[in-house]
Ligand binder design. Structure first.
Ligand code: ZN
Length: 369
């Protein structure tokens, strides 16, 4: 090192400003880093940044989005409507409550929304209603669209005034009871015909009967059409109801995307029904560990008909939209978390600052020649 440079460095280290670079300076620097992180955390809504469930955010801001949440063998769909309203279809099972809540929180954050305007409980099974009470407690749910079945609670409290059966579903019973206690508006699916949300229309397809031996067959079936494309949601309806739908609606069943009934079980998706719907894409809500669902028969039937399969087992969470007159699909993928990068850099800087020797007043100098 040249003499001149050494001299300059020594002068710098003798500088009173540098001499004050002691414990308090380091502490101030650390506090500054913490404060900076807290500010950034609040500005970017850090709680969403650190959610463990990955949100499918490719189509944020798109007027029509269908989010498919991976709840294994269960259903949980979030539909973003062009009027900025939200329609949620089923809640998944209670054991996947964290996943669904985390997903909704992120959806609210990215779409700047704070309400679930409509919660459709397709039928009483736990894998569809298990998380309903928890969602009603945590989020602002405005309306419930329910299947044509009463709950035990309504039966016990003489609240039955229609000719419907009573469901034995425990979580359905709890959900209806909670909605009654907290005065959340409820509508039976057979009271609805079509609902319009700007360029989007939802048509509720009505069941032929009021009584079925299997609760799956009470599933609310509806078709959402946005611009030129449509999605048909089947809940867990089985072949018996599929046949009834063919009789009643025939070619009206045609849809571009089919939310396959009963997680791909062979009790649903008959060849005849698939031919009537004639979808390009089939959505399957199912688990990858299950050996029963989806049934090989149904998967083969879909493949033979060249229907593309989008399953939660293979894709995890994903989102669909209508774009350029076609249906687009995007999987939820982990994007770089800038808050984590900033936090790591700050921690390295703080570490370096604290590791450098304290100013020693006895020696007067840090730098030794
Ligand atoms: Zn189910």
């Amino acid at each position: 090192m040249g003499q001149r440079l050494k001299y300059k460095l020594r002068k710098f280290l003798e500088n009173p400003f540098y001499k004050r670079r002691d414990f308090y300076v380091k502490l101030t620097f650390t506090i500054f880093c913490i404060a900076l992180f807290v500010v950034l955390f609040c500005l970017c809504d850090g709680t969403v940044y650190f959610e463990k469930i990955i949100y499918a955010k490719d189509y944020v801001g798109d007027p029509f989005q269908v989010h498919v949440i991976d709840v294994e063998n269960g259903d949980a769909y979030l539909i973003h409507l062009p009027t900025n309203e939200t329609l949620m279809v089923d809640t998944g099972s209670a054991r996947y409550g964290d996943r669904v809540e985390s997903y909704i929180k992120q959806y609210f954050y990215y779409e700047k929304i704070d309400t679930i305007d409509y919660l459709v409980l397709t039928h009483s099974d736990e894998d569809h209603t298990g998380n309903a009470v928890s969602l009603m407690k945590k989020f602002n749910v405005k309306n419930i669209i329910r299947p044509i079945q009463y709950s035990k609670y309504e039966e016990e409290n003489s609240m039955i005034d229609k000719n419907y059966s009573v469901s034995s579903g425990v979580t359905y019973n709890e959900a209806i009871r909670y909605a009654i206690d907290y005065e959340i508006a409820m509508t039976f699916a057979d009271e609805l015909d079509t609902m319009s949300f700007g360029e989007c229309e939802i048509e509720f397809l009505q069941l032929k009967s009021k009584y079925y031996s299997n609760e799956n067959n009470y599933s609310i079936i509806f078709k959402i059409t946005y611009k030129t494309k449509s999605f048909l949601f089947m809940g867990d309806a089985e072949s018996k109801v599929e046949d009834e739908m063919i009789d009643k609606y025939g070619d009206e069943l045609k849809a571009d995307v089919l939310k396959v009934g009963h997680h791909g079980s062979k009790t649903s998706s008959s060849q005849k029904f698939l031919e009537f719907v004639n979808p390009q894409i089939a959505i399957l809500s199912c688990a990858d560990r299950s050996s029963i669902l989806p049934s090989i028969e149904v998967v083969e039937r879909l493949s033979d008909m060249q229907i593309k399969i989008a399953s939660t087992a293979n894709e995890g969470n994903f989102v669909m939209r209508i774009y350029n007159n076609g249906v687009e699909f995007a999987k939820a993928t982990r994007k770089p978390n800038y808050l984590v990068i900033i936090l790591t850099l700050e921690m390295i800087l703080v570490f370096i600052v604290w590791k450098s020797p304290f100013y020693d007043p006895k020696k007067n100098l840090l730098y030794k020649r």
